[in-house]
Ligand binder design. Structure first.
Ligand code: BES
Ligand code: ZN
Length: 877
């Protein structure tokens, strides 16, 4: 059967046993589809445990395909055909090839009809059509459509969909799919039907269907050309009151995309549905976005400020995909960053424009450093546009998403907003209705702006975070300074040799005495291994302010001592650089402490005091600036990681700050804002309040307990409540268990808040945390099948650096037990837990061996999914 493939050639890795688990898909093997499917008509006879799917494909030989293949390959996954018809006649000219269905066709254009039967209730992978809380819903990206019906399930086959749904009306009063409703009707036996049509051709991964007893929050939006769009957010009746923020976010996102990108919504209807069991955050299905309820539902009492911000961000992200993803989609899954990196850049810009841009940038960089940098320096490192994969679900990574967004941000920085916009206008116009590539995107930016960006393409293909060294020397006699820059990228799997990359560095010089900008900001493009840059006309010694605004996603190693950093922390004119000076100051102390060196915390204490006392800084910025780097970030900077030493070092500094600045911190902690007030000032005040509380507890645990308990009891909002509970959860005394019990008792019926209850305990900084999470996994409210609940316990624990890396290996065993248990139900979710073990080579020998042992145990498990196998085997290296 090898000669009838229409999918990119699959290949068995040379030294692997010939198991379907080991098949590697390569980007270079792309071939256009042999057959196109301009139209598809689907009929669903819906039932929770037995749904009939009748599909009619209009197929046509692809004129641009190189081969004249008579065989139509339709992908399937755990499907059996009940019947197959070609041009209306039952056909025998088909066979199975593994999971795929091969139909032999005589001519160039046919109608192929297929019937399948599926069981949504038994679908624990939550891919394809599945049941959640008695409703039916779909998730098709990346390869879930093939679990519903046989189809060329690849993003470059675009079809017009016509869908008919039939179901019991009492159980499933609401029937939704993509596009617009065209007709509805009643059937015998209490059943009803609805027919919908989506006028925009789309790949199968954007198909969606929802059936259930849902209620809408309805609103409308009038587009810039004056068309009225009906909006609805569908939830269970009890949740209706929590949909207001998501609706406001949607309308804000629609207006923003018109204003900033000139992009208008294109259907008459836009639906969002919230579901409780969902593998991801949300999904951009055309006209019918499906969301994890965590990114829809919010009110002051149950959602934190971070939850509110995340909802706005995710709603905007999925909405923005209507253009960057749906109207222009991806040629193959290797181009995933074309839609995801770009859409993350768009949602980041949206959030920056609707809040504080400086604080938003700091948050985005912190998340890049916490998730993407470790990925890029570990065994799972891969380029933004990967070259191969076993399971595409494993490539929805921080690299594809966040580094992909940084790469677009760099091109935006180089072009400036107007030329960038000219480029995106051309991109959307040129590729509307097409499946495009990352190269197409860069080409459109170049053609639209008239600027050569070809050098930046290496960011798509070369993995690894560049390390940049910077050093400034000053000659007072001539008033000149010279900056020496050097870049290097360490080898990554499959890429032993690295080429220099173009690195745009926003740079300025700050006067050591005056604190003023003595050389104004300029954009330095570092594109050689070594480069030097001269600054003239200086009247005082300069301090280096570099990578301002984090203009390039690199590890910057600027040579600056504690005195310089303290000065910059006070006077740098770029807020990000100022934050960075504080972080560098703290990080230098923390890494020295972890190496067992004696450190002087005074410069940091003074800098934190200055920050707290400043009248010019807003509270959200202050909170970010004084927050000590997380233990995982400190560990990233160590040659050999000892997680106990890292923890001790951070605790030591936390104690020093908390005890030296008790008065200032208590003032910040006492500042109360009503929870319903979500202005940037109110959110920032609450954030600073909890950062201060955490430092106070570091200085004086008894005082920490007292203040945290008081904050918890008095809280009128989930932000103050959750953060005070998190502080209590790491301290001793009866208050901890009392508060945890009170919290659960009050919110036990609200799944999203119960998730917080589990997460707070999994994040707790206590020696008994590993034991506690083991017990949590046997709690009656724990669930292996609900992704949010599993993540609340296991992912949160795996990110708790000190507890997860507890030296007996108990934490490692727990997480790998959970991975193997989850793998049997939901491989995608299990595989996402594996990277927790990816750092095993960086640890001291004892922990290194214990982590390695768990990875080997996972890889050796019989019947392991392809998803988990790929992650675990690659992590072993
Ligand atoms: N297209 C993705 C959802 C998705 C990811 C589906 C992986 C299938 C497999 C969606 O647009 C997305 O990126 N969602 C993110 C949130 C977003 C704000 C970055 C998610 O689900 O985490
Ligand atoms: Zn996305």
């Amino acid at each position: 059967m090898a000669d009838v493939r229409t999918l990119p050639d699959a290949e068995v890795a040379p030294d692997a046993p010939p198991s379907p688990t080991h098949v590697t898909i390569r980007r270079e093997d792309y071939t256009p589809p042999d057959w196109l499917v301009p139209e598809i008509a689907l009929k669903f006879t819906l039932e929770l445990d037995k749904t009939k799917v009748q599909s009619k494909l209009t197929v046509r030989r692809n004129p641009t395909s190189a081969t004249a293949n008579a065989v139509l390959r339709l992908n399937g996954d755990e499907l059996k055909p009940v019947g197959i018809w070609v041009d209306g006649t039952p056909s025998e000219a088909w066979e199975m090839d593994g999971d795929d269905l091969l139909v032999t066709l005589a001519g160039d254009a046919h109608e192929v009809a297929i019937e399948t039967e599926i069981n949504p209730s038994a679908n624990s992978k939550l891919m394809g059509l599945y049941a959640s809380n008695d409703m039916l819903c779909t998730q098709c990206e990346a390869e879930g459509f093939r679990r519903i019906t046989f189809f060329p399930d690849r993003p470059d086959v675009l079809s017009k969909y016509r869908v008919r749904m039939e179901a019991d009306e009492a159980r499933f009063p609401i029937l939704l799919t993509n596009g617009n409703p065209v007709a509805t009707g009643k059937l015998d036996g209490g059943r009803h039907w609805a027919e919908w049509e989506d006028p925009f051709p789309k790949p199968s991964y954007l198909f969606a269907l929802v059936a259930g007893d849902l209620k809408p929050n309805r609103d409308s939006f009038t587009t810039m050309s004056g068309r009225k769009v009906d909006l609805a957010i569908w939830v269970r009746e009890a949740d209706l009151a929590k949909t207001g923020h998501a609706m406001e976010s949607l309308k804000a996102a629609m207006a923003w995309d018109e204003k900033v990108y000139g992009r208008e919504y294109d259907l008459d209807l836009f639906n969002i549905v919230a579901v409780s069991d969902f593998n991801m955050g949300a999904m951009e299905n055309k006209g019918l976005n499906i969301f994890n309820s965590a990114y829809v539902l919010a009110d002051t009492d149950t959602a934190t400020d971070v939850d509110f911000d995340n909802i706005a961000r995710v709603v905007a992200h999925e909405y923005f995909h209507n253009w960057s993803g749906d109207r222009v989609t991806c040629l193959d899954w290797f181009q995933l960053s074309l839609k995801e990196g770009f859409t993350v850049f768009r949602d980041q810009s949206f959030s920056a424009d609707t809040g504080s841009p400086a604080v938003k940038r700091i948050e985005d960089v912190r998340s890049l450093r916490s998730f993407q940098f470790p990925e890029d320096s570990g065994p799972l490192a891969h380029p933004v546009r990967p070259d191969s994969y076993m399971e595409i679900s494993n490539f929805y990574t921080a690299t594809v998403y966040n580094k992909g967004a940084e790469l677009i941000r760099m091109m935006h920085t180089v072009l400036g907003p107007e030329k960038f916009r000219a480029g995106t206008d051309l991109y959307f116009q040129r590729h509307d209705g097409q499946a495009a590539t990352c190269d197409d995107f860069v080409k459109a930016l170049e053609d639209g702006s008239g600027v050569d960006l070809s050098a930046f393409k290496i960011w798509y293909s070369q993995a690894g975070t560049p390390l940049v060294d910077a050093r400034v020397s000053y000659d007072p006699g001539s008033g000149t300074a010279t900056m020496e820059l050097e870049q290097r990228v360490k080898p990554t799997p499959g890429q032993p040799e690295k080429a220099p990359m173009p690195i745009p560095l926003k740079t300025a010089l700050i006067g050591e005495k005056s604190g003023a900008e003595i050389a104004p900001e300029r954009l330095v493009l570092l594109d050689q291994p070594k480069q030097s840059v001269r600054f003239e006309g200086l009247s005082e010694a300069p301090l280096l302010s570099i990578n301002r605004g984090f203009s390039a996603p690199v590890v910057m190693r600027a040579q600056r001592g504690p005195h310089d950093l303290e000065r910059l922390a006070q006077s740098d004119t770029d807020p990000f650089a100022r934050y960075e000076a504080m972080q560098d100051l703290a990080m230098n102390l923390l890494t020295a402490g972890a190496r067992g060196e004696e450190v002087d915390p005074e410069p940091l204490i003074r800098a934190v005091r200055n920050t707290l006392d400043s009248n010019a800084l807003d509270p959200a910025f202050k909170a970010e600036a004084i927050l000590l780097p997380q233990e995982a970030l400190i560990a990233e900077r160590m040659d050999v990681v000892d997680s106990d030493a890292v923890h001790r070092s951070r605790e030591h500094l936390r104690h020093a700050l908390g005890s030296s600045l008790a008065a200032e911190l208590k003032r910040a902690q006492a500042s109360v804002m009503a929870g319903a007030d979500r202005t940037p000032l109110a959110k920032g005040t609450r954030r600073l309040r909890s950062v201060a509380l955490d430092l106070i507890a570091g200085g004086d645990p008894a005082e920490g307990v007292r203040l945290a308990k008081a904050q918890f009891d008095a809280a009128d909002n989930m932000t103050d409540r959750q953060r005070s509970l998190a502080v209590l959860a790491s301290l001793d005394g009866p208050e901890r268990e009392e508060a945890l019990a009170a919290f659960l008792d009050r919110f036990k019926d609200d799944a999203l808040v119960v998730d917080k209850w589990f997460a707070i305990q999994a994040q707790s900084q206590r020696t008994d945390t590993p034991e506690r999470v083991e017990r949590l996994a046997t709690h009656p409210l724990f669930s292996l099948t609900n992704p949010n609940r599993l993540r609340a316990v296991v992912s949160q624990f795996a990110m708790n650096h000190w507890a997860f890396n507890e030296e007996s290996g108990r934490g490692y065993r727990f997480v790998s037990d959970m991975i193997m248990a989850a793998d049997r139900l939901n491989p995608q979710i299990a595989a996402r837990l594996v990277p927790a073990f990816g750092k095993w080579r960086r640890f001291e020998p004892k922990r290194s061996a214990l982590m390695h042992e768990q990875l080997e145990r996972i890889v050796g498990t019989a019947g392991l999914s392809r998803d988990t196998y790929e992650q675990a085997s690659k992590s072993l290296g």
